[in-house]
Design a binder for this molecule. Structure first.
Ligand code: SF4
Length: 474
């Protein structure tokens, strides 16, 4: 049987991406789980065109809520052409019936490992079920992702997952519901993946990008892994929670094992917002020192900030552009609060009747507003976010971030800071700001409450950004 795995993508910037850093791990992990008798291809819509003339018998679609309109367009078109369509990922895990009504023949609910081979068997025998319920499994004996199936257009193709889940429960995050508990792969398996070196360029062989939700959550595990990584002489990056800054042994091991960058979900500079977000691991008074601890070891700090908490005003949102520079962040990621299903935030806004029921899934891409903010209108929140984005990625702010910290960063971290600030800086210079979902051409009207569907314009189906949260599921 022939199988195409499509990792769906939709445009999030006015002119798309100038270059593409890193692929999600989803598609190449699923390809590795596919029994060898099937021929499998992986298509990342971010960098490759979808081929409707494919000889595939089965099409697997992986996507998160923000890309659901495009996923459903593809599903309907492939179904019309007689293909069997199986959808999975964080969106369909919570909106399975919607997917089945929009071109999908089957959905994988939850993690795919325990049911993927069965779903393919059933498809091969012409007995595909409509729903497959994946149960969280141990992460032992997982195969190496099929890096050989990746497009060459990704700058850092070696993506790795060592752990799954997170012990925290931030109000806006669907990880605790999607990937319950915290599980870790055997260290030998992780090392095997990190040592896969069949890449063309030296930097591709050098960099390992951990797609973990919170790699450092279990200290004994991560310390053992990092000790084993020291002789490999790699550069690596991951997400972690800020409380690691209090563990100097861990930080020293991160330095010795080649860490060049860590992503902290800082989210806000307001204690009320952190409380709303249930971000108990973040202490505002410790932000600067936490980043200093990283810089002291040559590690660059990427950090996420969110606009739209109930305490936020336009001024407090725009002020974050200066506050993040003042605490020493090297690369900011600036998003709009988004109420994904299966999060406490969604339940709260739903109970308060604050979800904007006329807005479709394109408003759930992290750069648009899908709820009624507290102190302003939805349009004012969007404008405040765009002003934050424009300010934080202005040439002056970017130059300041690169120049100020460069002398203290290791070579890989300098490279990272330069590349990622350059990524956003080029966008800002080109006027390539985040796309406003209100202006999308013929916007789809698929959404949590809309209940009707129309076909989106082909112009809109280009290549865009993928959510980190897609990583752990189909
Ligand atoms: S936002 Fe990060 S720290 Fe919070 S629950 Fe999600 S993965 Fe864990």
């Amino acid at each position: 049987m022939n199988l195409d795995i499509i990792v769906v993508y939709m445009q999030r910037y006015k002119h798309g991406h100038e270059y593409n850093f890193v692929p999600p791990i989803t598609g190449i992990h699923l390809a590795a789980l596919t029994p060898a008798r099937h021929r499998v291809r992986v298509i990342h819509q971010q960098v490759e065109r979808v081929d409707f003339e494919t000889d595939a018998d089965v099409i697997a679609l992986a996507f998160f809520s923000g890309f659901a309109p495009e996923a459903y367009r593809l599903a309907r078109e492939f179904q019309r052409r007689g293909k069997k369509v199986i959808a999975g990922g964080p969106h369909v895990s919570f909106w399975a019936d919607e997917a089945l009504a929009n071109g999908c023949d089957a959905v994988v609910i939850g993690e795919a490992e325990s049911v993927w081979a069965q779903a393919l068997d059933d498809a091969e025998r012409g007995q595909l079920q409509s729903k497959y319920f994946g149960t969280p499994t141990t992460l032992e004996n997982l195969p190496t992702p099929r890096y050989d199936l990746l497009s060459s257009r990704f700058f850092a193709p070696r993506v790795v997952q060592a752990t799954r889940g997170c012990p925290f429960s931030c109000s806006f995050c669907s990880v605790p519901a999607l990937n319950p508990g915290f599980r870790a792969r055997p260290i030998a398996d992780v090392l095997r993946d990190i040592q896969y070196d069949n890449f063309k360029h030296w930097w591709q062989r050098k960099v390992a990008w951990f797609w973990d939700d919170n790699l450092t959550a279990k200290r004994a595990y991560i310390k053992e892994l990092l000790r084993a990584m020291i002789p490999l002489n790699k550069w690596w990056l991951t997400q972690a929670s800020m409380d690691i800054a209090r563990d100097s042994e861990l930080l020293d091991l991160m330095q010795k094992s080649g860490c060049i960058g860590v992503f902290f979900g800082i989210e806000s500079f307001a204690s009320a917002s952190l409380k709303d977000a249930n971000k108990r691991q973040n202490k505002i008074a410790e932000y600067k020192n936490a980043i200093e601890q990283m810089h002291a070891r040559g590690i660059a700090v990427m950090a996420g900030f969110i606009a739209g908490f109930d305490g936020d005003t336009r001024n407090s949102i725009v002020a974050m552009a200066h506050q993040l520079n003042a605490i020493g962040v090297d690369v900011p990621f600036l998003s709009v609060l988004t109420p994904y299903k299966a999060t406490p935030l969604y339940d709260q806004l739903d109970a308060q009747n604050r979800l904007l029921r006329e807005r479709g899934w394109q408003f759930y891409n992290g750069y648009n507003v899908a709820f009624q903010p507290n102190h302003m209108s939805a349009n004012e929140l969007l404008d405040a976010h765009r002003e934050l984005w424009d300010t934080a990625f202005s040439p002056a702010q970017i130059a300041q971030r690169i120049a100020r910290n460069a002398p203290r960063l290791n070579i890989g971290a300098r490279f990272l800071s330069l590349a990622m600030n350059g990524f956003y800086g080029v966008k800002a210079l080109r006027g390539n700001a985040p796309l406003d979902a209100r202006q999308m051409i013929a916007p789809t009207r698929i959404g949590p409450f809309v209940g009707q569907t129309t076909r989106p314009s082909g112009e809109f189906m280009q290549f865009v950004g993928t959510a980190m949260r897609v990583a752990a599921s189909l």
